[in-house]
Design a binder for this molecule. Sequence first.
Ligand code: NAP
Length: 514
Amino acid sequence: MIPFKNLPIRQFDGDKDVRGVETAIGGIKREAGREYPLVIGRQTYTNTRKLKTFDPSAPSRTLAVFQKATQEQAEEAINLARETFESWKVTSAEERSAILLRAAEVLRRRRDEAVATTVLEAGKNWIEADAELAEAVDFLEFYAREALRYAEKQPVVPFEGEEPELFYIPLGVGAVIPPWNFPLAILTGMTSAAIVTGNTVILKPASDTPLTGQLLFEVMIEAGLPEGVLTYLTGSGGEIGDFIVEHPQVRFIAFTGSMEVGLGINERAARLAPGQVWIKRVVAEMGGKDAIIIDEDADLDAATEGIIISAFGYQGQKCSACSRLIVHERIYEPLMERVVSGTEALKVGPPEDRTNYMGPVINQAALDKIMSYVELGHGEGRLLTGGTRIDIPGYFIEPTIFAEASPDGRLAQEEIFGPLLTVMKVRDFDEALAVANNTIYGLTGAVYSRNEGHLARAREVFHVGNLYFNHKCTGAMVGVHPFGGFNMSGTDSKAGGPDYLGLFLQAKSVSRKV
Ligand code: NAP
């Protein structure tokens, strides 16, 4: 197999790429309102309770209709997964890996459709949507190779008179619970890692983005995944999510989402259900309050570009988004002048128009939450730009910057998950690091500096799972930047890294006396 390489992201500067996505957007709009049944093995269900997905740029446009699974259906899916596990766990790593490679191929073929779906359902701009597609393909390609490595003979210390060996076996039935903000990439990453290691999966997508997740389900089936290995169970997190997490036949939960939900899952998974014979494993990747530090000798143009992309790319709705900017007082004025003018130049509007850089936030609740922080910001800081809802249909908010905020205030402490950047001025680099580390989270961070001593110090002290130097704090690439956070940002699973598949496996040691 050729070595893994990241799929390049398209910039849509060629007519062919543009036409492909335009056609796919047209296709989804024409099919708007299509209903998808719930599929459990060979059974299909249409329930009375529906899950509608809509375009956050035009909320009156229903994109698709899914079923809200009931607890009985969740039970049926778990039973099927339990039965299928018996054959899937003994399927060879080569066969499982080959399915992922075929899935990557299918996804590359359906690239324009995937981009168009994410643009319409999640409100991503075209380049962000293509980056997401590329990340999903990368996960499939990367884990297909990793599975073969994990299947190799593992090293053990030789011991006279014995033939010891160590090998990995799967865990069992897993629940995969992804967020809406990377509705294809994170969902694909967690699902494919669990499957390629021989587990069977109940995938419960986020309720805001089931159409994007449906694509992965179809891709997997087309790639030859046997029936029952993956069930795509749409429905509410609070209703069937809880049920699956607590079920005694579920062996592990791979979750990515907010800290509040992640902690709740961790707690419920720790409780022993009647009939349960294992401690459930929880992989939980959660929120962030990520900071970029700008040192006194930083390249201000590079820093400005990195700040704006990190803070306002995908409307700030990334766990890795820069929501705190920590600036050395000596370059504060020239830097902020550049950042504010760059921010004001961002084009906001429906991402269907590929010239718009920022789209809508995901839903009404997100809009209300972000606007409540804007209100709070007027009390805690000074508004430099933005701060208003844009008066067009859809959930559009201006990119917003508050300065002079206290590092201990709510604006600087709580995850807002929107286009709102809080700026803090510091006297020196030590203070910058102290402010950067002053939250309960520890996901991503960046430092712009030319001072080697400062970078070395940040490398040691800046307590985040993913740290970047003279580089934006978003856009982790599979294999290049294994991803996962410290503290309340999660279990530091390092998705897209060499340790990740180990989270879905258990090691068995066998030794024969000779
Ligand atoms: P969320 O509200 O926590 O939801 C995440 C998933 O959990 C959804 O599928 C949701 O289903 C489900 N869920 C909700 N309540 C549940 C329950 N009681 N039991 C089981 N499942 C439940 O998060 P989100 O709003 O989708 O995503 C944004 C958050 O994700 C942010 O905090 C962001 O920082 C974080 N995130 C972290 C990473 C990372 O790698 N660290 C990456 C991306 C995002 P419903 O949609 O049906 O409620």
